[in-house]
Ligand binder design. Structure first.
Ligand SMILES: NC(=O)c1ccc[n+]([C@@H]2O[C@H](COP(=O)([O-])OP(=O)(O)OC[C@H]3O[C@@H](n4cnc5c(N)ncnc54)[C@H](OP(=O)(O)O)[C@@H]3O)[C@@H](O)[C@H]2O)c1
Length: 161
């Protein structure tokens, strides 16, 4: 009886680790990676992806990846000089020939003219948004003391990741 119990426990243990291993293989090697294609639906010449904090790290890497995949971009940063060099870098990095636009806004400030920014991108088909700055450290007390007005920057029909 004890042997049977040990065998069952051993079997379940192996099954658990086999599943973890197969999950790993699926996630990193077999999983389809063309999920982005459903957001390449722009009615104009291009679908736009809006990426905040695209000057460095994950945001910049995502911007480059999406640009290579055929999206046009609206990238965001807080330093115009740095943004312009990233815009040039992106345009030179890929033959996709997409449009690259940008806006400057410090996420720590609540006096940013979002209405004006939204106007600049009116009519563009923004189908994907990556709110990459969402997790960076911001000075919360500014928002608690003076919450910024909410602005509809992009159309209803978009994906936010
Ligand atoms: N890296 C990780 O392991 C990791 C893990 C989990 C989650 N995350 C999250 O993923 C996001 C990106 O991480 P990362 O490692 O790629 O960060 P990063 O290399 O520091 O890049 C952050 C980007 O956000 C911009 N940014 C920072 N504060 C800003 C502000 N107040 N206003 C406007 N732009 C601002 C930076 O612009 P400047 O160049 O001007 O500084 C930069 O372009 C963050 O939200 C982070 O919390 C990262």
């Amino acid at each position: 009886m004890q042997d049977l119990l040990s065998s069952v426990i051993g079997f379940l243990f192996c099954l658990y680790h086999l599943k973890s291993f197969l999950d790993f293989i699926w996630f990193y090697f077999l999983r389809p990676t063309d999920g982005y294609k459903k957001y390449l639906t722009g009615t104009g010449p291009r679908s736009y992806a809006l990426i905040t904090g695209a000057m460095d790290g994950i945001g910049k890497a995502l911007a480059r990846e999406l640009y290579d995949k055929g999206f046009s971009l609206i990238i965001h940063g807080r330093n115009e000089e740095k943004i312009l060099s990233v815009v040039d870098e992106l345009r030179d990095s890929s033959p996709s020939g997409g449009d690259v636009r940008y806006f400057v806004a410090d996420a720590n400030r609540h006096d940013v003219d979002f209405e004006g920014i939204a106007k600049r991108f009116e009519g563009l088909d923004i189908t994907l948004m990556v709110n990459n700055v969402g997790g960076v450290r911001i000075r919360l007390e500014r928002y608690i003391l003076a919450p910024p007005p909410r602005t509809q920057l992009i159309p209803e029909r978009f994906a936010s990741v």
